[in-house]
Design a protein. Structure first.
Length: 350
């Protein structure tokens, strides 16, 4: 009942007569803590009787203030997936090489393949806990000189966090080869604070997902931080009125509640580690993570998914990432997590 990217398959649920509210969806990685009332009030009172501001001016001002970023280096987007397609369309030409570190979010490759077939890919090994090799990436950068480099940290689906030293080594190599280094930080807010470091540097494009930061996936919201020149080029390709008025209003309200959300991110980070350890105690292999999701290796995932669905639980099958019999679990409430653990324990007894 979950589509390829996770989330619910609403048509299948409707055909089966099942309410989406009945499903515990572990296939997505969203902040499970409740939204402040101010955010609900903001999008409910949004001026939907007129077109939204195409420049998202007030929201950009709020982002710049909240994170101490230059206003001119920001572009608000309809979810970071829109940014991915804007970047590919702006900076790739036919036969222009591009590089990514896998396994990772499939939209990078999907977007790039629309413009160039010269895909360069370096996959990390399971035995290395999916840590990408900076040496191989740097070697490929210098040899192939790709136009774009895609990295996700914490990485989807593995949860691996790019170490600060590795980030700077890769960034310096990308500058040498005139490669635009795209760092997708959609899950950065769920990283432990001691692992966070500054990533806003020349030559780096930062993607941030307000959808995930503030648990508003139905509104689709994110932003790009890059040099003013890059932002101007992306803005030329972005369709008018990409970001709805409710999304802009909710984003502003959420940023004004940043202290509350920071507390929830820390709470979710701790809950994730508790959840992961509980899965291990139930007898399943897990992998270290730096975000609000983690990977679990199982014997027969198809059979396990059937057992989950009897309890209206969905998980993320990572076969589309090339990972067989590995699922990704996104942290939900402690009560929901306990329900999933119960199924795992019962299946282990079979």
């Amino acid at each position: 009942m979950a589509p390829n990217h996770g989330g619910l398959n609403y048509k299948a649920l409707n055909d089966a007569g099942i309410s989406p509210d009945k499903v515990l969806d572990f296939s997505v990685s969203i902040n499970p803590e409740p939204l402040p009332g101010e955010v609900y009030e903001a999008f409910r009172n949004a001026p939907i009787e007129r077109y939204p501001d195409s420049s998202s001016h007030l929201l950009k001002e709020e982002i710049a203030r909240a994170y101490s970023l230059p206003y001119e280096e920001l572009l608000v987007v309809n979810g970071t997936s829109q940014a991915v397609f804007l970047l590919a369309g702006t900076f790739l030409k036919e036969d222009t090489p591009w590089l990514l570190a896998g396994p990772t979010y499939s939209e990078y490759a999907d977007a790039c393949r629309l413009y160039s077939k010269r895909e360069l890919r370096i996959d990390s090994a399971e035995e290395a806990n999916f840590r990408p090799s900076p040496e191989k990436l740097i070697e490929t950068l210098r040899k192939e000189r790709p136009a774009l480099l895609w990295l996700c940290s914490p990485n989807n689906p593995t949860g691996h966090v790019l170490a600060e030293e590795d980030f700077h080594r890769i960034r310096e190599a990308a500058l040498e080869t005139n490669t635009l280094f795209i760092l997708d930080e959609a899950y950065r807010c769920f990283m432990a604070e001691e692992k966070q470091y500054k990533t806003e540097y020349p030559g780096v494009v930062n993607l941030r997902s307000m959808t995930k930061d503030f648990s508003i996936p139905g509104l689709r919201l994110g932003y790009v931080r890059a040099s003013e020149d890059v932002i101007e080029q992306l803005a030329l390709r972005q369709p008018e009125w990409s970001v709805s008025a409710p999304a802009q209003e909710a984003g502003q309200a959420a940023l004004q509640q940043l202290d509350y959300f920071r507390k929830t991110w820390n709470t979710v980070s701790r809950m994730t580690e508790d959840f992961r350890l509980a899965v291990e105690e139930a007898g399943y292999q897990t992998y270290p993570t730096g975000s609000n999701f983690f990977l679990v290796k199982v014997g027969d995932l198809d059979q396990l998914k059937e057992a989950f669905w009897k309890e209206y639980i969905t998980v993320r099958d990572c076969a589309s990432f090339g990972l067989k019999n590995i699922m990704r679990l996104g942290t939900r409430t402690r009560e929901d997590n306990a329900r999933l653990i119960k199924v795992l324990i019962e299946e282990r007894k079979q």
